[in-house]
Design a protein around this ligand. Structure first.
Ligand code: SF4
Length: 312
């Protein structure tokens, strides 16, 4: 097993560490929010949502006392809305079962709603200094290149991360590994000449080919969406069911076999989700009891639909 130079990587990390809000104010709640947001949201947007969420919900109690709708409202546009619903469920559970204090160890964190192995390890190591190794896409890429493997299995990546872990600085170490993947060991254009651990890197000469990309074929789904507009120019909006597409968010009527007789076709929107491509034919018709769309939580797709119809 290759052993990376821990000292070199940690001092590089401490030099380049970005002044992110959850690093400047590293409370466990702020760290947990950042880890949940950043899993599927780009850094810049993640920072914006993190600031807004922390301002409205400075503590886990304040989120537990709010409604899930309020959390969804602030989450609008961040995508993967089930994360917002589970975050609210987590806050309620922490208040009910842990006296409002986040549990401090990996195993207890893992039992909370919405917390998987990555988030539990990140929060336990960064907020509570528990020596547990994180694995994410960045670390998988660094591992594949350091060990010169095209398709490392999840178990191999986890063993690599466990073996490399710096036991006395687990939080900084995990962040250093992820920063290395994000800033230098980038997917297409790695900066090997600046890399603090290039001397142990067995795959450096063919880094761009490693790891071999996973092929994800997007499934295409077709929908009709009818925007019914009342006399005041406001759209009828309904809250979507608790499960399925955009659960709990609001939007105009949408379905795969929705009849559109008597409606006017406005246009078609192609909307990409992580594993799905949605083709939405947008229709308009007369309605009643419309509501102000700014008062409810909308997905990005629903915003695009309302924009297309000229209502945003
Ligand atoms: S030498 Fe290049 S490929 Fe290897 S870990 Fe560093 S940046 Fe990645």
């Amino acid at each position: 097993m290759v052993m990376m130079n821990q000292g070199a990587l940690l001092s590089w990390y401490r030099r380049v560490e970005r002044p992110l809000p959850w690093r400047l104010n590293p409370s466990p709640w702020s760290i947990l929010l950042s880890e949940i947001l950043l899993q599927q949201t780009q850094m810049e947007r993640g920072i914006r949502y993190h600031t807004a969420l922390l301002e409205r919900f400075p503590t886990v109690q304040s989120m537990a006392e709010s409604s899930v709708d309020e959390v969804l409202h602030l989450w609008q546009g961040a995508g993967y809305y089930s994360r917002a619903r589970r975050l609210h469920a987590l806050a309620v559970e922490v208040v009910q079962s842990h006296g409002g204090v986040l549990p401090e160890d990996y195993d207890s964190l893992l039992k909370l709603p919405g917390i998987g192995p990555y988030t539990a390890a990140a929060v336990a190591s960064i907020a509570f200094m528990e020596p547990v190794a994180c694995v994410d896409g960045n670390i998988r890429r660094v591992m594949a290149r350091q060990t010169n493997q095209e398709e490392p299995s999840p178990t191999q990546v986890q063993s690599f991360a466990n073996e490399q872990l710096h036991e006395n600085a687990p939080g900084d170490w995990n962040q250093a590994m992820m920063e290395l993947g994000a800033l230098l060991c980038r997917p297409r254009n790695p900066s090997c000449e600046e890399c603090p651990v290039h001397d142990t890197c067995l795959g450096r000469s063919r880094a761009r080919e490693l790891p071999r990309p996973k092929k994800i074929k997007k499934k295409t789904e077709q929908y009709n969406c009818i925007v019914r507009v009342d006399d005041r120019g406001l759209p009828e909006l309904h809250q979507r069911p608790d499960t399925g597409l955009f659960a709990g968010l609001w939007g105009p009527e949408m379905g795969s076999d929705l009849g559109t007789e008597g409606c006017d076709h406005v246009g078609t929107i192609r909307h990409l989700l992580s594993h799905r491509e949605l083709i939405v034919s947008v229709w308009k018709s007369k309605g009643k009891n419309g509501i102000d769309s700014e008062t409810v939580a909308l997905s990005t797709l629903d915003r695009r639909i309302l924009e297309l119809v000229g209502l945003l």
